[in-house]
Structure formats: structure tokens, C-alpha cells
Design a protein around this ligand. Sequence first.
Ligand code: ATP
Length: 233
Amino acid sequence: MNEKKICLFGGTFNPVHNGHLYIARSVAALLDADLVLFIPSGMPPHKDAATIPSGKHRLAMLRLALSGSPQFKACDIEIKRSGPSFTIDTIDLLRQDYPDARLIFIVGMDAFIQLNTWKEPERLLTLCDFALISRLDYPFSLLSEIGALPLTRLSSSIDTDKLKALDQGKRSTYSLPMRTRNSLHLLSVPHIAISGTTIRQRIASGESLRNVLPHSVESYIIENEIYLEEKNY
Ligand code: ATP
């Protein structure tokens, strides 16, 4: 039987937007994944909790955005937990729910190169694969210049020509096996200039949200008066 591939997409999703949906669709297609779990954070360790709407709202918006996509599912594992959510704790719990699946954690290059600052990075590398996407100012070619922790665990050296080809969009994937039985999958996904920050600013200043959010999410924001004033965050 084929091993099930499950991508894990964590974030604040404050709110979920078309950029997230585009990334999830692209990653799932490039890796031939069976499922993408969107995991909104409870108390993100790197963000200010006072400016983030309740988990209930962020989860409700995700559910609306994902309805109609059976391959996508919202996961409330971090919202339900109190205190900060560390990736390793989430993956430990998901491993119990999906004991036989290949878990693939989606992460941007900006976060990935700081993996050594995460909780238990060494053990994390043994628990899941990583789907890496480049970010503006963080191209894949950076990997050949920096000594990020996971790179010391690869079972062969990195081909810099392949990194360049990914950055130029001439190649779509480059999978690197690690000495643990997991892999790093470098994926060329075009940059989409949408972020939660710009959406919140647009709402607060009454600008149009056309093409940046699913319609159902926009209606939910309007009905629940989220992001209008700081007190509603
Ligand atoms: P904010 O501006 O509030 O930080 P965001 O949309 O950038 O919002 P998250 O909701 O935390 O941030 O995003 C979840 C994940 O999706 C993160 O790993 C983030 O790097 C990634 N992401 C978000 N928007 C994009 C985008 N346009 N292109 C590539 N990755 C993105």
C-alpha cells in the first residue's frame, strides 16, 4: 500500500488568504500529497498575541475558505492547546493521529534557515519531511552560502546549479534525502504579493479585498466586524 502523504501548513492565518491557498495547492500538486492540514497557531511564539483575533474566528475563516476542497482540512490542534505551540509538540501529536503517514512540514526559507532556534531541532528532523518554499529576499541559492542545521544532515552535497534553476523557475522540485529517513523538498512556487498584514491594513482603511480573500471569508469578516479596530483583533 502507498504511504499517505500529509502536508502540514502552520501559520497565524490572520486571516487565511488566497496566497495561503495558492501555496497549499502548489505544494500538494508538486509533492502529489493526499491531504494538506492547515494548522492555525494558538499562541504563536514569534507573534504578539494581543493583535491576533481569537482562535475561534481564525478557525471559522479557515473552515469557510477550505470548504469545497476535500484535499484541504483545518486542524484545531494548536488552538485547543493553551500556551505557545512549538512545531515539535504539534508533530508529536499528529504522529499519533497518523502513525503510518509521511508528514511533510511546509516552511518558508526565512523560517527554515533559523531552524536551529526552534525547539528540539535535531529531533524534529527525524520526525517529518520539509517542503521548503523560497520567500522574497530568501532564494534557495542562500542554502549554499549558509550553514543551516538541516544541511549538515544531508546524505549528499547540494548541487548549486539546481538551486539556481529553482530560483529562476527553470526547475520545479529538488528533493534532498537526509541521513534520517526524511527529506527536504525544495519547491519552486511563484511569489504571491499577499500577506495577512496588508489585508488587515486594507480592511481598517476600508479598501477593496477583491482577489485577495475567498468571498466567504470576506463576508465573515464583515459580519463579525473583525479587524475594524485594534480592540477587535
Ligand atoms: P502576517 O502578515 O500576519 O504575518 P502571513 O499571511 O504572512 O501574515 P501567516 O498567516 O502566519 O502569515 O502565514 C502562514 C504561512 O504562510 C507562513 O509560513 C508564511 O510564511 C506563509 N505565507 C503567507 N503568505 C505567503 C505568500 N504570499 N507567499 C509565500 N508564503 C506565504
